[in-house]
Design a protein around this ligand. Structure first.
Ligand SMILES: Cc1ncc(COP(=O)(O)O)c(C=O)c1O
Length: 446
């Protein structure tokens, strides 16, 4: 008879060892962990009950604030009604309902949406749709993908290939072949302390013409950019830049993809950055704010011509061999529908627009603090650059981030930049508190 499995000698210890944290220096974290136990509205709470004002909407995602009752109720009800239904060859009503609702919200004829579970999946899905689209219409030589320096498009192989942040790329081999990059739109020399969209830099879109001259348009499938680069420290686009990219893409039959994972759902005071800039991309990726981060969800919106272009061939054959077990997961759809209700009922996109000037004045009041080398803002988000310490890139940024947390404020850190993007439900006095605590943290680490 097979022997019974050996009993474990000890109970499983509840220590910090087993969990491998993403994008975190694990050993340093485990030596001095920062734990979050619960959240409500504008605040996080540590296990010992200390309130921390959320200056970052989690990670640019809890736009409606935390643990909102209607969202919690919707998730609970859906979990009790339908935990899961197969995503391939089956569907459930809430998937269609949500798709119709978000498609109606999306600008222009971005009328169809492919659901996935994260921004990274959305990006890889969008790149694949772009390639497939050109393929089925007989332009299969269009395989090149163009990203941008300092871009962040998640961590899939497609996303890191078109992305432009060196640490996310350098250990992972040759990445996708045939990728090229536009230059970053950021220049401190020309743009420091710009309010909103910088005046300088629109001409950098013309670099796409240079890339087209090098490779020929017939080999280029798509250009992907974040309307405002987020993870690299918040870089709003220069005036006219996105409009010019759109023109050049149109001229050469290149698809334009906006990665709206952080700009979607109200960050700039409009549904999407595409609305704000009045530039309609061919494909648009979303995640985060779509479900207020309660249940993971992402999506790719496509314009009618892209969808129609792929709906050919025999009707009983799969048009796109792509999808996820959890595409349009019932809980995510229920959550997202409740989130859309809140955005609408509370006018949160409008609220974000109304607060953006107050926010701008607040963040720019930090100019002149020790070592602050640039402050950028657009919508309800900002990036503050600080002079780094000699031979220790990111050390000051990290210390400032930790200091802010000790003072009761959550910010994000990218090297020596502090980024902030509060929930759109924020009150003016809470903006004041963010500015006050950020200023104190910056001074403390000077
Ligand atoms: C612009 C952009 N694209 C993609 C992603 C990746 O999203 P996720 O972490 O959900 O995979 C992010 C995440 O911050 C992002 O900011």
């Amino acid at each position: 008879m097979p022997s019974a499995p050996a009993q474990r000698a000890t109970a499983v210890p509840n220590d910090l060892e087993a969990y491998w944290l993403p994008f975190t220096p694990n050993r340093a974290f485990k030596a001095a962990p920062r734990l979050i136990a619960r959240a409500k509205d504008m605040h996080y709470y540590t296990p010992d009950g200390r309130a921390v004002l959320d200056g970052t909407a989690g990670m640019w995602c809890t736009n409606a604030g935390h643990n909102r009752d209607p969202i919690v109720a919707a998730i609970q009800a859906e979990a009790a009604a339908l935990d899961y239904a197969p995503a391939f060859q089956f569907a459930h009503p809430k998937a269609f309902e949500l798709a119709s609702r978000v498609a109606a919200l999306a600008p222009g004829d971005l009328d169809h949406v492919f659901f996935c579970n994260s921004g990274s999946e959305a990006v890889d899905t969008a790149l694949k749709i772009a390639l497939a689209y050109h393929n089925v219409r007989g332009e299969g030589a269009r395989t090149r993908l163009i990203g941008r320096e300092r871009g962040y498009h998640g961590v899939g192989f497609g996303g890191i290939s078109v992305g432009g942040m060196v640490n996310n790329r350098k250990l992972f081999g040759a990445l996708l072949a045939g990728v090229d990059h536009l230059p970053t739109t950021y220049s401190r020399e020309h743009q420091a302390f710009s309010k909103g969209e910088p005046d300088w830099g629109g001409h950098l879109a013309d670099e796409l013409e240079r890339i087209v001259t090098l490779h020929d348009a017939s080999t280029i499938a798509a250009v992907i950019v974040e309307p405002c680069a987020g993870s690299t420290g918040y870089l709003p686009p220069p005036k006219g830049y996105l409009q010019r990219l759109r023109q050049i893409c149109d001229k050469h039959g290149i698809l334009l993809i906006f990665d709206e994972v952080i700009t979607g759902f109200g960050r700039l005071g409009t549904g999407f950055a595409a609305d704000f800039f009045n530039v309609i991309p061919d494909l648009m990726t979303v995640a985060k704010g779509i479900s207020n981060a309660t249940v993971p969800m992402g999506g790719v919106f496509v314009r009618k011509h892209i969808y129609d272009g792929l709906m050919n061939g025999p009707e009983n054959v799969v048009e796109l061999f792509h999808g996820y077990t959890y595409s349009a997961h019932p809980l995510a759809c229920a959550a997202a529908s409740a989130v859309l209700d809140i955005y609408k009922d509370e006018g949160l996109f409008q609220r974000s627009a109304e607060l953006s000037k107050y926010w701008e004045d607040g963040v720019h009041s930090l100019k002149g603090l020790p070592g602050v080398t640039d402050i950028r803002n657009l919508g309800l988000a900002a990036g503050i650059d600080m002079e780094g310490r000699k031979d220790a890139i990111g050390a000051r940024g990290f210390d400032t981030f930790v200091k802010a947390f000790e003072l009761g404020l959550m910010v994000r850190q990218a090297a020596d930049t502090i980024a902030m993007s509060p929930p759109l439900v924020i009150e003016r006095n809470q903006i004041d508190e963010i500015i006050d605590l950020t200023g104190k943290a910056i001074k403390a680490t000077a």
